[in-house]
Design a binder for this molecule. Structure first.
Ligand code: SF4
Length: 309
C-alpha cells in the first residue's frame, strides 16, 4: 500500500522557564493508505505533542525537528498559510470532545454548511443534500432533525459523530484523532473507533489514546513513555505478546485483565539522565539500564527498546 505519512526522527523541544526540554524524542513511523496507528501512553508522555507537531499547531514555545512527510511533501518547512490550507482538507483533527469543537451558538446545519462551502458547494439544495448524506454516513437516521439542533441538544457521542461528518467533507489523506473517546464509556468508545476507521477507510489514521485496548483495531501501535518510543509494531502481536515492560504494565492494568497492577518501582526522576526513560518505574531494571544507551531490538513486525526484554 502507498505510504501516506512518513515521520522520521521527529523531536519536539520546548523552551520552559527552567530551560530547554525535549518532550518528543526522535520518533519514526510510517502509515499507509487505509492503515491506522494507535499512539498509546499516559498523560504527559508526548503523544498529543507528536500529533500537534504533525498538524502544525505546536505552542509558541515549542519547536519540531526531523521530517514529517505527507504524500511526498515535507510539512515542517511549510509556512503558516500553507499549513492552514492543508488543515481541514488534507489533514483533519478529531478533537477530544466534539461538544468543545462545535460552536455553541450555531446550529449543526450552519457548521456543516460552512465546511461544505470551503469544499466548493454553493447551491442551497446541494448543501442540504450533501450534509444529509454525511450525517447518514456517520449513523444518523434522521439527518434533517439533527441539522436543526444546537450543540447543547446533542449527547457527547452525537457531537463526536458530527465532527466526523465535518471531517469527511474533504476526504482527507490523514486523520488525527486525539483521545476522541474521552468521557465516553468503553463500549461506545470502541464502536466510535471502529466507525472512525470505517469512515476514513482510504486515509491514514492516527488514534491517540491512553487506553491500549482501544488501539486493538488499529494495524499498528506505538507505545510512548517520557517522549520516547518504547515499542512499535503490529497491534495484534503487541497486544498478545508485549515485549517491553511498560507495554506489559499497560495491558495488565486493563479491566479485562483484572486491573493487575505491575509493581512499579520509584527510583526518582530520570530527567536529564542517560539511560532508559522507564528505569525509574521498571520492576526488572538494573543499574545498567540507567547508565547505557538502550538498544533497539526487532522481531518480526515489532521493535522495542529494552536491555533485558
Ligand atoms: S531497559 Fe531496563 S529499565 Fe528500561 S524497560 Fe528494559 S529492563 Fe526496564
Amino acid at each position: 500500500m502507498e505510504t501516506i505519512l512518513n515521520v522520521v526522527r521527529l523531536s519536539v523541544n520546548a523552551e520552559l522557564k527552567s530551560g530547554f526540554t525535549q518532550i518528543v524524542k526522535g520518533l519514526s513511523f510510517k502509515i499507509a493508505s487505509g492503515e491506522q496507528l494507535g499512539i498509546v501512553g499516559e498523560s504527559g508522555c508526548g503523544k498529543t505533542m507528536t500529533a500537534m507537531a504533525i498538524f502544525g499547531l505546536l505552542p509558541a514555545n515549542c519547536h519540531a525537528d526531523g521530517e514529517v512527510i505527507l504524500n511526498g511533501n515535507s510539512l515542517l518547512g511549510l509556512s503558516k498559510k500553507q499549513m492552514n490550507e492543508k488543515r481541514g482538507r488534507e489533514i483533519v483533527l478529531i478533537p477530544q470532545s466534539g461538544a468543545d469543537f462545535l460552536n455553541p451558538s450555531l446550529r449543526v446545519r450552519d457548521q456543516i454548511y460552512e465546511t461544505l462551502k470551503k469544499a466548493g458547494l454553493t447551491d442551497k439544495d446541494d448543501l442540504r443534500e450533501r450534509a444529509e448524506e454525511l450525517l447518514r454516513h456517520v449513523g444518523f437516521d434522521k439527518p434533517l432533525e439533527v441539522l436543526e439542533k444546537y450543540p447543547f441538544q446533542l449527547s457527547g457521542g452525537m457531537a463526536q459523530r458530527i465532527v466526523l461528518a465535518i471531517g469527511l467533507a474533504f476526504s482527507p489523506s490523514l486523520v488525527i484523532a486525539d483521545e476522541p473517546t474521552r468521557g465516553i464509556d468503553d463500549e461506545t468508545a470502541a464502536l466510535f473507533i471502529k466507525q472512525l476507521e470505517r469512515m476514513f477507510a482510504d486515509s491514514a489514521v492516527i488514534v491517540i489514546t491512553h487506553n491500549i485496548a482501544l488501539a486493538r483495531t488499529c494495524r499498528n501501535i506505538l507505545v510512548m513513555h517520557s517522549g520516547a518510543m518504547m515499542e512499535y509494531g503490529r497491534a495484534d502481536l503487541i497486544l498478545n505478546s508485549p515485549k517491553h515492560p511498560y507495554t506489559r504494565s499497560l495491558i495488565d492494568a486493563l479491566p479485562a485483565n483484572g486491573f493487575k497492577s505491575t509493581t512499579l518501582k520509584d527510583r526518582g526522576s530520570m530527567n536529564g539522565r542517560e539511560g532508559c526513560p522507564f528505569y525509574s518505574r521498571c520492576s526488572i531494571g538494573t543499574n545498567d539500564c540507567a547508565k547505557n544507551t538502550i538498544p533497539l531490538k526487532n522481531d518480526g513486525g515489532v521493535s522495542w527498546r529494552c536491555l533485558h526484554a
